[in-house]
Each structure stands twice: as C-alpha cells, then as structure tokens.
Design a protein around this ligand. Structure first.
Ligand code: FAD
Length: 400
C-alpha cells in the first residue's frame, strides 16, 4: 500500500499553493474575519468564482452538473490547501452529496452548478430547541396543502442562515409514524416569506476569534418558520424518508479536509511555535517532556490522517460508508481537545489570554483554539452520539 500522493497530485498541490499566494489578499482575509455576511462578502465571492473557473470546486462531482467527475483525493488536496489558510471553498460540508444521491434530475441541475459558482449556499436546519443529540425528536412541521407544504416551527444553531441562499432542513411530515419514519427533508429558499433569522453569538464572539481558530465562528442563529409555504418540489428524496437521506448526507459531508485539519493544524501550530520561540533563552523544544508530548500528539494526528484517507478511498470507490465518518468525528475533535490542552500547559498562563490582551500569545489564537476544540466535539453530531453510531453500525450492537 502506498500512502503517498502521485506526481500529478503533488503538482496540483503546488499549483493550488501558488494560486492562493497570488490571489488571497490581506483585504480578503480582513473581509472574511469581520464580514457581516459570515465572511462571504464581495472579495470572497470573487475568489470563489476564480476557484470555480479553475475547475477546483466539486472536482469529484459529475461533469453533467458542472463538476469534473474527478478524484476525491484531488478535491481533498484543494480543500486542504485552502483550509490551511482558513478559507473554505465548496466541496465537503456543502450538502451536495445528499442532493447527488437523492435529488431529482431538476434539483441536481439547479443546485450543483449553483453551488460550484458559489451562488447557492445552504444553512443546515436540523437541530431544534428540544432535538439536538436526540434529533429524531424534532417537531418542526411541514403539512401538505395541495401541491404545497406549509412549514411551522423553530430551528436552532442554523449557522449560515444569515447569509445562506437556502436552508436544507428536516421537518416532521407524519406525526403518527414511528419517530424516524415521519421525517422529510426540504431545500427551501431563505427569502421565502415567513422565515425569520435571529443571531446567537457564540463564546468566540467577544472578543472575535482570530482567523484560523478551531471552530472560531462568532455567530450562529435561531431560525423561525411561520406559515412558510413551499412547493412540494422542494422535497429532497421521498416523503417520510428524510431521516435516511439526512444521515447519509451528514456522514458524507464529514469526509474531507476540515475534520482532519481540526486536529493536525493544532499540532503543526505548536511544533512551529516551540521551534521558533523561547522563554528568556530556554527553548521548550529542548525540554524532554515537551518533545515527548509533541511526538505523542503528532503520532495521534497521523491516525486521524489515515482515517480521513480511508474514508475518501471508500467514497472514491463508491463502497458502503457507514460508521467510518462517525469514527473520525470522535477521533479528530477529541484529539483537538488534547492538543489544545497540552499547548496550554506547555506555553503556560499567557496562552490562555484571549485576543486583544497585550500579553496574549499569537493574538490569542491558542486560547480561542482551546474554546473551539470543545465546540467541535458537539457540533455536527456530538462525540457521544457518534460513539453510539459506531457501536450500532460498526460493531452490530443493539440500539441503546
Ligand atoms: C457552534 C455550533 C454550530 C452548530 N451549527 C449547526 C447547524 O448549522 N445546523 C444544525 O442543525 N445544528 C447545528 N449545531 C447543533 C449541533 O449539532 C448540536 O448542538 C448537537 O447535535 C447537540 O445537540 P444539543 O446542543 O441540543 O445538545 P443535547 O442534545 O442537549 O446534548 C447535550 C450533551 O448530552 C449528550 N447526550 C445527549 N443524549 C445522549 C445520549 N443518549 N447518550 C449519550 N450522550 C448524550 C450529548 O452528546 C451532548 O454532549 C451547532 C452547534 C454548535 C455548538
């Protein structure tokens, strides 16, 4: 087995790096950090258009919908290089895998090219005030009325809702069916009358986390639906079959660079820091305890890398992908917590000062990373629920 990249893939990586050096300006980074539109202002949109023109968004998506029908590894390489600079451009986390797997021809032709052009951005509307880890308890209702559905209810933590063009949401369509079987998914334009978005400011908002922080989002939202009338054609997949489409989509959306980098970037940060800095002539890089700890964390990060590669290999081959994404979703955030805690111990109290404090190290990056690492164990499916999925789908154990 060869764990390396091919010559072509290495060349693609160099090309992407050179493109980023030539096209990511300080103005863009400032816009992304402070932007009202979740960092997706005019400069960001211009960048996405250029990346799309290179054919780098959704490389693995089918040609007939604007993709390249290319390799998932190539797509990963592009995502990884951009994410290392703190910039997300298409690919994983977009909702595309679910639409490609369960959408009608019309939905694929409309949504996938729109996502590639950066014109369609989805907010994820799954969680509700009483349905987070226990998602199947969701109560937001969609009631059929002729050729339409009428949606009423509330969603929580709809992170991108203040700038998204659409929301990809789960609603209860049959309250009398067993919990998992009465749910459908809808793709709803955010400008539909009756939708209200209110901000929820996160722990990273005051002071705002620096770019590149683990889970540094300063804002998420709660979104309210009041008699929102939508055509039945907004439904993704079969009526009352939404649970399975949603689970499959979430699982596939976990595959990619972001999960792997949550942990690996933090290891790289601390290794680079101890190599380049010292405390009054004492370099932490010379301390055996520090060296030992960093070697341990680095080794664990490589396990995360292998898990990501395995997931991509399965997806690339079209093999069944069930519990593997959940395993990654446990390993990477928990490793992130371990790493950020270790950094805090190695660098001492100054690493706990937030951005804006005169004595903060790296403008508070490490303190914000520590807070963000705990969030990443909860969002997109908490680690406890992921463990349960691994037990059931991976080990064949009964539902707990
Ligand atoms: C910053 C942020 C952004 C988010 N963005 C989005 C988004 O865009 N769209 C969206 O739909 N959701 C989003 N979420 C929601 C996220 O998916 C939920 O927070 C998560 O599913 C947990 O749900 P909860 O917060 O209601 O916690 P709860 O369900 O109340 O759970 C609290 C804790 O108890 C544990 N727990 C609960 N039940 C069990 C059990 N049976 N066994 C073991 N442990 C259990 C959980 O693992 C968790 O640690 C976001 C969350 C955060 C923090």
């Amino acid at each position: 087995m060869d764990f390396g990249y091919t010559q072509d893939q290495e060349e693609l990586r160099q090309e992407v790096r050179a493109f980023i050096d030539g096209n990511v300006s300080q103005g863009l980074l400032d816009e992304m950090e402070g932007g009202e539109e979740g960092g997706r202002g005019p400069e960001y949109r211009e960048l996405v258009q250029k990346v799309a023109d290179k054919g780098w968004i959704g490389i693995s998506w089918p040609k007939e919908y604007g993709g390249q029908s290319g390799s998932r590894i190539d797509q990963y390489i592009v995502e990884e290089e951009f994410m290392r600079r703190g910039i997300a451009v298409g690919g994983a986390g977009s909702g595309a895998p679910a639409i490609l797997a369960a959408g009608t021809e019309e939905q694929k032709e409309y949504f996938i090219p729109g996502m590639i052009r950066g014109e369609i951005i989805f907010a994820l509307g799954f969680t509700e005030p009483q349905a987070g880890a226990d998602l199947a308890g969701l109560q937001c209702r969609a009631v059929r009325d002729g050729d339409d559905f009428v949606v009423n209810g509330q969603k929580m933590y709809t992170s991108a809702a203040h700038y998204a063009s659409h929301i990809y949401m789960m609603c209860r369509t049959d309250p009398d069916a067993p919990r998992h079987r009465g749910i459908s998914i809808f793709l709803i334009p955010m400008d539909t009358p009756g939708i209200t978005v209110r901000p929820l400011w996160t722990i990273q908002s005051d002071p705002p986390a620096p770019m590149g922080t683990t889970y540094g989002m300063v804002r998420t939202n709660e979104t309210f639906f009041e008699n929102v009338r939508i055509p039945a054609s907004c439904m993704l997949g079969e009526e009352n079959g939404g649970w399975y489409v949603g689970a499959m989509g979430l699982n596939l959306d976990r595959v990619g660079a972001s999960r792997y980098l949550i942990s690996v970037r933090r290891d790289e940060d601390i290794v680079n820091w101890v190599k380049e800095n010292d405390f009054a002539g004492n370099s932490p890089a010379d301390n055996p305890a520090v060296r030992d700890k960093l070697a341990e964390l680095w080794t664990e990060a490589q396990v995360c890398r292998l898990m990501t590669m395995r997931s991509m290999s399965l997806v690339n081959r079209g093999d069944t992908f069930t519990y593997e994404g959940s395993a990654e979703k446990v390993w990477a955030p928990e490793h992130g917590v371990k790493t950020t805690e270790a950094i805090s111990q190695i660098l001492g109290p100054y690493a706990q000062l937030l951005r804006g404090s005169e004595e903060a190290i790296e403008d508070g990056l490490y303190a914000h990373n520590l807070m963000g690492s705990f969030q990443s164990g909860i969002n997109h499916g908490s680690v406890q629920i992921m463990r349960d999925q691994m037990a059931r789908r991976g080990l064949g154990m009964p539902r707990g």
